[in-house]
Design a protein around this ligand. Sequence first.
Ligand SMILES: [Zn+2]
Length: 288
Amino acid sequence: MHRERVSENVFWFQSEVYAQVTAGVIVGPQWAVLIDTLALPEESLAIRDFVERELGVQVRYIINTHYHADHTWGNCFFPGATIIAHALCRQLLEERGIPSLESTRKQNPAFKQVKIVLPHFTFDQGVLTLRVGKKNLTILPTPGHSPDGISVLVDEDRVLFAGDAFMPLPYVVDGNAEDITFSIKKISRMGLENIIQGHGDIVLRGEIDAAVKENLAYLTNIRKVARTALRRRAAEDFLDENTVEACGKSRVYLGGLARELHRRNLHNLYEHEKLEEVKVKSKGKGKN
Ligand SMILES: [Zn+2]
């Protein structure tokens, strides 16, 4: 696990095991706030160890940026903490997270000790604020990677923990390309010093404009490819021809996952376009 100090009392962690997933800690004089938990028990425990031994406090709050396993399954290693999330995160963690953990446990003994802990405190509109020491945190919705996505802004430092609304490769299979486009545009207007992506490295101030532009272009391109594929006889081949690079993304690592995530993005959008077309056609018929 990599660890870095982002600014005073703000720390960042990145997994070396799974898809460069990240987490963060903001520490006050008496307690700390953890943002996401990483994926594997040993990594969540390493964060706990750092907070308790090196910083000398305990985690009082955990903010889950969304319900996916690599961000929430470590909740159970902080039994005294109050968990904060979007209301949909609680719902999806209950409906999908619990059965998904059941089946993962059968394949991987490392997850035997994991339990799903549902968020205690949720919101579904507006923003939340949380004060930790001298820092004010603003928790705001940024959906699109999944419907329950939220980000955490450290107001004083202009540092945004964006969850998976911002990634080296936008991933929309469990979300919506339009929503994530909207969220990325919102993030681009926030005047940030750093974007802490849900996966990958920290985006520094001087890199933000280029990263935003590239992500927005990528989303435009994959939507265009999906629509064009509808008119092609060999749609699947056409999707395969349009590689990550052809859609305007280069040097995306994500622990070797980028190619597969891109392929799933295209297939998902293509299926979505097909459904839309059926809807339009059946609407047309209704009128006649
Ligand atoms: Zn993730």
